[in-house]
Design a protein around this ligand. Structure first.
Ligand SMILES: O=P(O)(O)OC[C@H]1O[C@](O)(COP(=O)(O)O)[C@@H](O)[C@@H]1O
Length: 391
């Protein structure tokens, strides 16, 4: 569902802590021995080793704050509000029929007669949760969401612009398949402040991906993972449900230079161009530059397919004009590059493509640098036949 431009006012700078978690004083420390071995080096910044031999886990907010990489108070406040919203979404997805948030509101224009108590689609609810949290942060001038046809104006002097897909993969949600939130953060372009609201909101949202200050995603799966880059590497944080904190579990993620997995909806094989068919046929048979047969993995949920690719290597792709440059391709390409990988539309680097339209769609290929190079060498890999295919 798409809605038009909305103007909302900030009400508070403080994020209420979720009620479902115990207070901070009950936090525990992860014993060193159960940590990922990489945790002994928290991505280059110091950690407090305790006398007991335990390492105090670093939370997302500690990581971005003054004791960590210090991204600046304004961005810390924004991230705090974003993570709060994503925790609410995670809780909602985990028990979707157990929350008043998921109901149509009488008189909202969304209900009629018998469907008044039907659950609201979770992508719409997720959009509302994030918008309201970002509004309360007071740090966001404009939000461009995949769920709104025009950008949402918030605080005029908010230092940041947020682009987001609030809940990607939601068409699979009834089957409890993983879903995700994708976000990108830009600085507000102050030189546009004199323009009318609609114009400056639109131009702020159409910034080149090379201008991203931060980007990432939240994966809602068996674990809830907040994975982000602030321009110096990629780090992921796992939600500790006993404390409600995102804990740094995977610092300085590096995508393997080459993987052995391709991820694509290959039911479209006969709509693919010759180059893409040849590439897939070649790696399936182990006849590519890497002399082993590739495996196929396709969840049909972009964040989940990308997260696996980031950790295991290989290539995740959607060769048709389906995924959005502003909300999906740019943020994920920034993450991919910061992890040593690549993001391409099959011909060009994603981040170098200047967005022209807010909801602009394009083919997307993300993954290990050697796999993307090999795939691009087949030239003809963008699907043009039946690009608008709907399931
Ligand atoms: O139908 P296809 O081409 O396999 O596309 C699947 C892709 O579409 C998505 O579901 C997003 O589509 P929507 O933006 O329409 O929700 C991704 O999560 C997934 O990777």
């Amino acid at each position: 569902m798409l809605t038009s431009t909305i103007f909302v006012q900030p009400t508070s700078f403080l994020v209420p802590k979720p009620q479902i978690f115990p207070p901070k004083s009950t936090q525990f420390s992860l014993p060193t021995k159960i940590c990922n071995p990489k945790m002994s080096n928290f991505g280059g910044f110091s950690v407090k080793a305790q006398l007991s031999g335990e390492i105090e886990p670093k939370t997302l907010i500690e990581y971005v704050g003054k004791g960590g990489i210090d991204v600046g108070d304004d961005l810390v406040v924004l991230i705090d509000h974003l993570q709060y919203a994503c925790k609410k979404i995670a809780a909602l997805i985990a028990s979707p029929y157990n929350s008043s948030l998921g109901k149509f509101v009488e008189g909202s224009g969304n209900s009629s007669g018998s469907d008044r108590d039907a659950p609201k689609p979770l992508d719409i609810v997720s959009n509302e949760i994030i918008l309201s949290s970002l509004q309360r942060s007071g740090k966001v001038a404009v939000v461009a969401s995949e769920e709104n046809d025009a950008p949402v104006c918030m605080t005029d002097d908010g230092p940041f612009v947020v682009v987001m897909d609030p809940l990607d993969g939601s068409r699979n949600i009834d089957a409890s398949i993983p879903t995700g939130t994708i976000f990108g953060i830009y600085n507000r372009l102050k030189e546009l402040d004199h323009l009318p609201h609609n114009e400056k909101a639109s131009l702020n949202s159409l910034q080149s991906g090379t201008k991203l200050v931060a980007a990432g995603y939240v994966l809602y799966s068996s674990a809830t993972i907040f994975c982000a880059t602030f321009g110096s590497g990629v780090h992921s944080f796992t939600l500790d449900r006993s404390t409600g904190d995102f804990i740094l579990t995977h610092p300085s993620i590096q995508i393997p230079p080459r993987g052995q997995i391709y991820s694509v909806n290959d039911a479209r094989y006969f709509d693919w161009p010759e180059g893409l068919r040849q590439y897939i046929d070649t790696v399936r048979q182990g006849k590519g530059k890497y002399p082993k047969k590739y495996s196929a993995r396709y969840i049909c949920s972009l964040v989940a397919d990308f997260h696996r690719t980031l950790l295991y290597g290989g290539v995740a792709m959607n060769p048709r004009d389906h995924l959005r440059l502003v909300y999906e391709a740019n943020p994920l390409s920034f993450v991919a590059e910061q992890a040593g990988g690549k993001g391409s539309d099959g011909k060009s680097r994603i981040l170098s493509i200047q967005p022209i339209k807010l909801h602009q769609r394009l083919p997307l290929f993300l993954g290990s640098p050697e796999d993307i190079d090999e795939l691009e060498s087949y030239k003809d890999i963008q699907q043009t036949v039946n690009p608008g295919y709907e399931v």
